[in-house]
Design a protein around this ligand. Structure first.
Ligand code: DON
Length: 283
């Protein structure tokens, strides 16, 4: 029941009314999802390990209700138990920090692909990365992020591969202004740029700047990748009529930005991307 209660929390049932259409919809959809979890995960905890922490987490439960719509029932055969993410994500990690003295760090760290090269070093306790993919293996041959390269980024002894990672510290008038970064392979540069522009050019708060929909172009393929359900049909058809190929990104998110903005009064505003399990913590 606790799971259901958390899933229905964002809905104003009182205003919908007792046993009204909307109340029935919200409860039905939350119950549908909770019972699907029950059927897979739950059993005597003396015998089975139940991922309680995740099952009750806000991030997990928001994700479970994400496809709920008042427009249409979600068929049960399209709902299964939820996805429990293990400790190892397939993402690069970024964190932005500002301490009480105003020192800032922006760190992006990666194995490149999921589990890197899939080789685990037993004695040392970590996976080896597959960063070699960031080299251009052959002129024009796309890497795992669809990036192509040439001789300048060819493999050679002691040479470092190109990277899109963009851990960024922005200063304004010589003072700390913003700390920004994200995972996302080739889209990292775009996400960091658009987040900074959202604050500086479009006057958004840090959180709004991080959450705002993003689009990306990387020369090849010649297509503007757009986050799904985020740009109007009118805008997309105007782009098409001007000759821009565009597509809704297969991966539904472009980047997971974590950023900090120094406000005019010196306070810090953290922006934690709603796209992931990101979190902003103050002190
Ligand atoms: O340095 C680079 O550009 C890549 N190795 C980054 C990989 C990455 O962000 C993967 N995950 N999100």
């Amino acid at each position: 029941m606790a799971q259901i209660m958390k899933m229905i929390e964002p809905f104003d049932l009182k205003s919908y009314g007792h046993n009204s259409l909307k109340t029935i919809q919200v409860l039905t959809e939350a119950e549908r999802r909770a019972y699907a979890d029950r059927s897979y995960f739950l059993g005597d905890p003396d015998f089975v390990e139940i991922p309680m922490k995740t099952l009750m987490s806000d991030v997990y439960l928001q994700e479970r209700m994400k496809d709920f719509s008042f427009e249409m029932a979600t068929p049960s055969d399209s709902i299964s138990f939820g996805r429990i993410v293990g400790y190892e994500s397939d993402e690069t990690t970024h964190y932005s920090i500002v301490d009480q003295f105003g020192n800032a760090v922006s760190i992006t760290t990666t194995l490149n692909g999921a589990y890197g090269s899939k080789l685990y070093v037993d004695e040392l306790g970590f996976f080896l990365n597959n960063e070699m993919d960031d080299f251009s293996s052959r002129p024009g041959e796309p890497n795992m992020f669809g990036l192509t390269g040439n001789e300048a980024n060819s493999i050679a002894p002691e040479k470092r591969m190109l990277s899109s990672m963009t851990p960024t510290i922005v200063e304004k008038d010589g003072l700390l202004f913003m700390v920004v970064g994200t995972p996302g392979g080739s889209t990292i540069i775009t996400s960091v740029l658009q987040t900074i522009l959202n604050v500086e050019e479009f006057g958004m708060t840090m959180q709004d700047a991080v959450d705002a929909p993003r689009f990306h172009h990387q020369w090849l393929p010649d297509v503007v990748m757009m986050e799904p359900n985020s740009f109007s049909e009118e805008l997309k058809s105007r782009l098409s009529s001007l000759g821009y190929n565009h597509t809704e990104n297969q991966n539904p998110v472009i980047g997971k930005v974590d950023a900090i903005l120094v406000l005019e009064n010196g306070h810090l505003e953290g922006g934690a991307d709603h796209r992931g399990d990101d979190m902003a913590i103050g002190f």
